[in-house]
Design a protein around this ligand. Structure first.
Ligand code: MN
Length: 201
């Protein structure tokens, strides 16, 4: 099993002005490609090479190497990240996802506040997530480094349906130290159709 960099479903400049083209080009072509290359090298000759997919590797990460944890997490997280953004994104979700957000958080605005707070307060590098937990309920959480809620070592476990990368490489060229502005503008590009699809699985 060899992992591959998924192609971006839009042009590097498609998310401007919310995320600039140069950041997208480096983030996808250098950072994500780097995780893929290092993951393939780390998996070779280990138990992970016999696993079916990246999800199975995440679920068994406590038994695998730090290299697989960091780069496998990096590959999973970024693959999700590209897909939950769109040049036609933004706005608010509808249907079953909207109802589930209201049920879990009270309102969309309260969800947005909790998600933004999780993204803003994650110290150093990491991710904030909207997850569907084992009971099918939505929760907001965050993870350090390239960890994610699919990992068996995660403090809060579940299936991520939306995630934001808060590593500085995700926003520093355009936003410098202003992470809250990046998080706020991320909401302009969220692909709610994709999030709803992931919620419905
Ligand atoms: Mn990143």
């Amino acid at each position: 099993m060899a992992f591959e960099l998924p192609s971006l479903p839009y042009a590097f400049n498609a998310l401007e002005p919310n995320i600039d083209a140069k950041t997208m080009e480096i983030h996808h072509g250098k950072h994500h490609q780097g995780y893929v290359n290092k993951l393939n090298a780390a998996v070779e000759g280990t138990d992970a090479a016999n696993m079916n997919d990246i999800d199975e590797i995440m679920a068994n990460i406590s038994k695998l190497s730090t290299g697989i944890r960091n780069n496998g997490g990096g590959h999973f997280n970024h693959s999700l990240f590209w897909s939950v953004m769109s040049p036609n994104g933004g706005g608010t979700p509808s249907g079953a996802l909207s109802e589930a957000i209201d049920a879990a958080f009270g309102s969309f605005d309260e969800f947005k506040s909790q998600f933004s707070n999780a993204a803003g307060t994650r110290f150093g590098s990491g991710w904030a997530w909207l997850i569907k937990n084992g009971s099918g309920k939505l929760e907001v959480c965050s993870t350090p480094n390239q960890d994610n809620p699919l990992m068996d070592i995660a403090e809060v476990k579940g299936t991520p349906i939306l995630g934001i990368d808060v590593w500085e490489h995700a926003y520093y060229l355009n936003y410098q130290n202003k992470r809250p502005d990046y998080v706020s503008n991320f909401f302009n590009v969220i692909n709610w159709d994709e999030v709803a699809k992931r919620f419905s699985v």
